[in-house]
Write a protein that binds this ligand. Structure first.
Ligand code: SAH
Ligand code: SF4
Length: 345
């Protein structure tokens, strides 16, 4: 689905028709133009021919109790993964991909190890959300949060990501509040700087994962281009301009970045640069992808205690989707085979 094409198809119609069509697609979540009773029959037919709403993507599903993973393939055969996370309180979060693969090559991440194919268009990002929104409509549910934590580095595809964000946030689109949209970056400084000037203030998360450059460069190769100090300066500027809280993500990898010293260094780093009110650390359970192991519970507890003692706030991310390899960093299109059931959204 290419939303620019929708504009083209409706260019000779009065302006309100575009808004009406968007409302039908994103709010009423119609799957076929024949459902669009509010439009004249001739226009429905034209849209059916020139802007079909049926899936252009072959989709495979894997489901577990609290997670649904969809593998969506686009017209050129490129595949991405999108994950729906169902929270106990009834909310739904969708984790979208911004690129097919990722060029950043973080050593702990299945997507990074799989290499890079291409950037996604704004429409391809939006499609991932639409896909699950239609599915949830059947049970009377909706999408509450969108996180850019699927495949890819969002700030290497900045314009398409922001175009998608505008549509996700727009009253004529999904109407999801900016506070319910989060972008996670490995630390692309230009992206952080640009985001600070956006009129829509979404949540920013920084994948830090190590408290010093020597260690971070070993596990996050992009650290050579974007060292910790440069990232923290950009975050400092972002916080100053926006007054928004920033989340520092830290995956706990056994024997790699989880020592007491690492915890002390992490707390000191954040305190040195940022107001404690506007930064917090999210300790993430590592989802094994081959080479590393997650830190054990006691280690995570101790690590957290040390940071807490320094008055830096911490949270721990609930692990979603491990049993179907649908959790962060496990998206690599590897575990879907022909036996996977295919369902309609
Ligand atoms: N490229 C962006 C966004 C996608 S990754 C980024 O790196 O921030 C989303 C989050 O999942 C990041 O914090 C990333 O470091 C983390 N992640 C990657 N592999 C993981 C794994 N195997 N287990 C847990 N988290 C992982
Ligand atoms: Fe890319 Fe993020 Fe994975 Fe690193 S962690 S390889 S930046 S998707």
């Amino acid at each position: 689905m290419d939303l620019n094409k929708l504009k083209m198809v409706l260019k000779d119609e009065p302006a309100y028709r575009l808004r009406q069509a968007e409302e039908l697609i994103f709010k009423q979540l119609i799957e076929d133009w024949s459902e669009a009773q509010s439009l004249p029959v001739a226009l429905r037919q034209k849209l059916k021919n020139d802007f079909p709403l049926s899936t252009e993507s072959a989709v495979k599903f894997l489901e577990s109790k609290d997670t649904v993973k969809a593998v969506i393939s686009f017209s050129d055969g490129v595949k991405v993964e999108t994950v729906l996370m169902r929270h106990k309180d009834g909310r739904n979060t969708i984790c979208v991909s911004s690129q097919a693969g990722c060029p950043m090559g973080c050593v702990f991440c299945a997507t990074g190890k799989g290499g890079f194919k291409r950037n996604l268009s704004a429409s391809e990002i939006v499609w991932q959300i639409l896909f699950f929104a239609r599915r949830l409509k059947i049970t009377g549910e909706r999408i509450d949060n969108v996180v850019f934590m699927g495949m890819g580095e969002p700030f290497l595809n900045y314009d398409a990501v922001m175009e998608a964000v505008r549509l996700i946030n727009s009253k004529d689109g999904f109407n999801i509040g900016a506070r319910h949209i989060s972008i996670s970056t490995v630390g692309v400084v230009e992206g952080i700087e640009k985001l600070a000037d956006e009129p829509i203030q979404v949540n920013l998360a920084i994948s830090l994962h190590a408290p010093n450059d020597a260690l971070r460069s070993r596990i996050v190769p992009a650290n050579k281009k974007y060292p910790i100090n440069n990232i923290l300066w950009a975050v400092y500027g972002y916080v100053k301009k926006t007054n928004r809280r920033v989340m520092f993500e830290y995956i706990m990898i056994d024997g790699v970045n989880d020592s007491d010293d690492n915890a002390r260094e992490l707390a000191a780093l954040i305190k040195k640069r940022l107001s404690l009110k506007l930064a917090f650390v999210n300790l993430i359970t590592y989802n094994p992808t081959g080479d590393f192991k997650p830190s054990n519970r006691d280690r995570v507890k101790k690590f957290r205690e040390i940071i807490d003692q320094e008055n830096v706030e911490t949270t721990e991310r609930y692990r979603f989707g491990r049993e179907i390899k649908a959790a962060c960093g496990q998206l690599a299109n590897r575990d879907v085979n022909d036996k996977t059931k295919i369902q309609r959204p």
